[in-house]
Design a protein around this ligand. Structure first.
Ligand code: WTA
Length: 662
């Protein structure tokens, strides 16, 4: 068979990596995870998960069934149990006498701070839940949350969970139009936002995007907008519809009885890019999701009393859902929540925060690690990072150089690194070394966590032998798995379950090394991974062709030293505009105009790094764009085999015409 061509190039060196770091004996002796966990899970997988669910989660009504797979591929876990996610994340810790424990050390970008204990969190969440109920939000209603990284964002999510209203968090960096389409798809009745947030030293408005989204088509279901005051900037107001968060909470009671829901009650919808232009609303439910989020947070990060955890992800992404909100809080952990960017007001900000709060577990993304690496060792060296004892990575393959730097410079050459593979769809960590158990290898996520079954298969769904490459699949249902795509069961089945019968197709290329360890090689579909954010080539292409001057567009992810991949777009201009790009200045103006257009349609993260104006695009006889060839151009390689093109001279035309637009 042929190894699928990974979308993330430049990973060849992964396959020659042979270094291995066995756990330190003292760490291993004290670790939460022991090797026997694998045996226990293997001996009785369902029994293992039932034990986790009983030990880590408080049930209002205990469950008696573990897995119901009769409606596959939609799973039901712990289905006859009832619980409440917010009660698990907050109240029960207060009831257990830990009300004084710090839940969140909040640090705003301008340097303002706030310490929130579990007792504080309980009062705020109860107030917010009462406020939502007073606005008519009830069990099953969808609430869209569009906020910066604030304590209120966590409170808002938990308040929704407390009343059984599924939340759908939309990343604050998304445009008004992206927000509108998500509101419309979820048919949300309430939006929670802020006047703005601090970004790179200045207030950045958020509310105008909500106003614009709500003026658009499909957003008529929204009755109210709750607005957190963060920056105090001038904010347009729609009386009757808009309500200040602080006003709504001030008058609300601090007692609220949680709404007990079935384990399979929807907890949240989170939109993610797929291979088509339309984002998918990934649906997660309560009991199974919470179980696996808590279990992996405790096991993979070796969480102990006294730890200070910091996951740098934004709550707009799944990592923020599982490892800022639900995992750490369900485990009663203390964590840092930081509003801003790593280089504001200086490039040592993260390391300063680690020193200040004595952070012991750091969970971040390879793109951030590579950026810090570029800034130089002397920046982290100026801070006391000795509190760190576990380091995590997520979001994209981590190249061995960045892994080694992370371990040496941030981890004092001894801290275990957990490279965790998972997806919005999987809900929680699936493949990762266990600190204290696994001898780690730079660049490999290595092994499924106990209770998870994964494999690497070839085109015919046969497992590849050690040393072989193929596609990553998940072979057994898992508790935190998505329960579908909101409102579209067929798309769920087609996207994940049609490629290989009975196996979940993750969309990632993978390889097994000679020890049987798994190495992730990047996406094998039309999804790009830019700075750990998933972007769809089709979605950006649709945005580009929506612009008047563009006739056709093709987008590829080209490998990039810092962001993993970078968006590179090839566009054909409409006839009457074609000569606008004839001069270098003209081409630059066109490029800038189109970049801004993509930013306004999707969001700044989707802005192409380069836009190349070309006369033609390479297509097969069936009309499919051959992105592989465009990627060769974008990565300045010799163009590969072009024999299946309908017109093989197209690549010559493209190569000859380049230069002006680059
Ligand atoms: C990629 C983020 C290699 C992968 C939690 C996956 C990774 C996609 C890793 C999901 C990793 C995530 N090694 N690749 N440790 N973690 N990915 O939905 O391509 O934003 O399919 O979830 O990110 O991205 P998502």
């Amino acid at each position: 068979m042929t190894t699928p061509q990974p979308e993330t190039a430049g990973l060849e060196n992964l396959l020659h990596e042979t270094r291995s770091f066995p756990p330190a004996p003292d760490f291993a002796a004290a670790a939460n995870a022991q090797a026997s966990l694998y045996n226990a899970a293997q001996a009785d997988r369902l029994g293992f998960w039932a034990t986790q669910a009983r030990e880590l989660i408080s049930w209002h009504t205990p469950f008696t069934q573990t897995l119901d797979w009769s409606d596959a591929p939609v799973a039901r876990w712990f289905a006859d149990g009832t619980l409440n996610a917010a009660y698990n994340a907050v109240d029960r810790h207060v009831e257990a006498g830990h009300g004084d424990r710090v839940a969140i050390h909040f640090e705003g970008e301008p340097g303002d701070t706030r310490t929130v204990t579990y007792a504080d969190l309980q009062r705020e969440v109860a107030r917010a839940a009462n406020a939502l109920a007073a606005l008519g939000v009830s069990k099953g209603d969808r609430v869209v949350i569009y906020l910066p990284m604030l304590v209120e964002s966590v409170v808002a999510m938990l308040a929704c969970a407390r009343i059984g209203a599924p939340h759908s968090v939309v990343f604050g960096g998304f445009s008004a139009d992206a927000l509108r389409s998500r509101i419309a798809d979820a048919q949300a009745t309430l939006v929670i936002t802020a006047d703005g947030g601090y970004r790179r030293g200045a207030p950045s408005a958020l509310k105008p995007a909500v106003d614009e989204a709500l003026a658009g088509e499909g957003a008529e279901t929204v009755k109210h907008v709750l607005v957190v005051r963060r920056t105090g900037q001038e904010t347009a107001w729609t009386p009757g519809r808009d309500i200040w968060w602080h006003d709504a909470l001030e008058s609300a009671d601090t007692f609220h009885e949680p709404v007990w829901v079935d384990a399979e009650h929807p907890l949240f919808i989170l939109y993610t890019s797929g291979t088509t232009g339309r984002p998918k609303g990934i649906l997660h439910t309560t009991g199974g999701y919470l179980t696996q989020a808590a279990y992996t947070h405790q096991t993979v990060f070796d969480l102990k009393d006294g730890d200070v955890f910091w996951c740098t992800a934004d709550i707009g992404w799944v990592t923020g859902h599982s490892y800022v909100v639900y995992g750490p809080l369900t485990n009663g952990a203390t964590q840092v929540l930081y509003e801003g960017t790593p280089d504001t007001p200086h490039r040592g900000r993260w390391w300063e925060l680690i020193e200040k709060y004595r952070v012991s577990i750091l969970y971040t993304a390879p793109t951030a690690i590579r950026t810090c690496m570029k800034w130089g060792d002397d920046i982290p060296a100026a801070y006391d990072l000795s509190s760190l004892r576990v380091l995590g990575s997520v979001g994209e393959p981590i190249n061995p150089e960045a892994w080694m730097w992370y371990r040496r410079v941030i981890g004092a050459d001894k801290t275990p690194i957990v490279d965790t593979w998972w997806q919005t769809e999987t809900g929680a960590i699936m493949i990762s070394p266990l600190p204290g158990v696994t001898a780690t290898k730079p660049g490999s996520a290595q092994v499924p966590v106990p209770g998870i079954s994964a494999d690497v298969v070839d085109d015919e769904a046969h497992p590849v032998p050690d040393g072989g490459g193929g596609y990553l699949v998940l072979t057994e249902p898992w508790p935190a798995m998505l329960r579908g795509i909101w409102g579209d069961r067929q798309r769920y089945e087609d996207t994940y379950w049609s490629r290989f019968r009975g196996l979940y197709f993750a969309g990632d290329g993978a390889k097994r090394d000679d020890d049987g360890d798994i190495w992730l090689l990047g996406r094998v579909d039309d999804v790009m991974n830019v700075s750990g954010h998933r972007l769809s080539t089709t979605e950006i292409e649709s945005a580009l062709v929506a612009h008047d001057i563009v006739a056709e567009a093709a987008v590829v992810g080209a490998s990039d030293d810092t962001t993993g991949q970078a968006v590179v777009a090839f566009v054909i201009l409409r006839g009457e505009h074609a000569d606008r790009a004839a001069t270098p200045e003209g081409a630059q103006a066109v490029q800038e105009e189109l970049r801004q257009h993509v930013a306004s349609q999707i969001g700044p993260i989707a802005k192409p790094k380069r836009i190349l104006v070309v006369p033609e695009l390479p297509k097969t006889r069936s009309g499919k764009i051959m992105r592989r060839l465009l990627r060769d151009v974008a990565e300045n390689r010799a163009v590969g085999d072009a024999t299946t093109l309908a017109d093989s001279s197209v690549m010559d035309l493209i190569s000859a015409g380049l230069g002006a637009g680059t």
